[in-house]
Design a protein around this ligand. Sequence first.
Ligand code: RAM
Length: 360
Amino acid sequence: MRKASLSRTCAALAAVTSLALAATACGGTTKEDVKNDGGSAAAAGQADPDAPTRKGLTVGFLPKQVNNPYFTTADKGGEKALKELGSTYKEAGPSSATDTAGQVSYVNTLTQQQVDAMAVSAQDPGALCTALKQAMKNGIKVVTYDSDTTAGCRNAFVSQASAEDLGRTEVQLLAEQIDHEGEIAILSAAQTATNQNTWIEFMKDELEDPKYKDMKLVEVAYGNDDAQQSFQQTQGLLQKHPDLKGIISPTTVGIKAAAQYLSGSKYKGKVKLTGLGTPNDMRKYVKNGTVEAFALWDPAKLGELAARTAVALASGQITGKEGETFEAGAMGEYTIGEDGVINLGKPTVFDAGNIDDFDF
Ligand code: RAM
């Protein structure tokens, strides 16, 4: 039983039954209480790295979008890890990446269902905050993964890689492909997406470097992680900017749709495309000369780390403070950084030379 509901039950028990019974149920700390609270250190708001890993937990995964293959792979990684840890996985979420109200109601549902923890990829940094705070008030541990909310609205954020590395790398990849010269555009996901917007800020900052003085960002377009909209946005970018030399699409849905459009057009191989995609989606376009190189992390590992972080939080091994460390199974030890951010690692760059070594 979670703490808030436990104290409510205790107050009710004391009111209706003998005080002795209420004291037995609610008073002294039993072994079971310690287990359920994730240890007394955690109950006092401190991490206990030696606290046993709790089993039998329920962790809800709430991706930005359920029918997006990227999240299918990520959440499967979470499911596998939870199974190994003796806990239960469930997934719920909207089918559109721009259904912020839908995401809020899924958070509320998971809270009502009294899951022990939830892992959320936020469509919008601010919109989920109140609902997530309510979840935390109910003793539910909240981990964001892939796309963050703001720091006070969750216990920890499991980030795919350093946002700065990702943003700068994408500009560097495109710059090499277009010899540091010409007009470029970005095809993003939803206009509110925390992850894409953070990366785009770093892309713009990277472009300030004098070595990019002959490159010009002419437009940021939004395909909303919808294949059709992303395809049309790509078409629109090329119509509006006939001198366009390259596109960065920092979304798996966007880069795939852009590659599909370019590959069937006169721009194939001429207008360069890079960004973040899965090797399985992009293999065909690398082989047919539409795309030279793009990047991504392993989404399954991201989901696994989100699950292991959720369980470590619910077990009281960590609280989300900078400097705390925990064991993420075979993935090794992770340390929580500034603002409760945990970085999965370095992204991989895929090209014709290595793409066949990957299958996701
Ligand atoms: C899409 C989503 C997700 C992002 C990847 C790269 O699948 O927008 O949030 O991390 O692309």
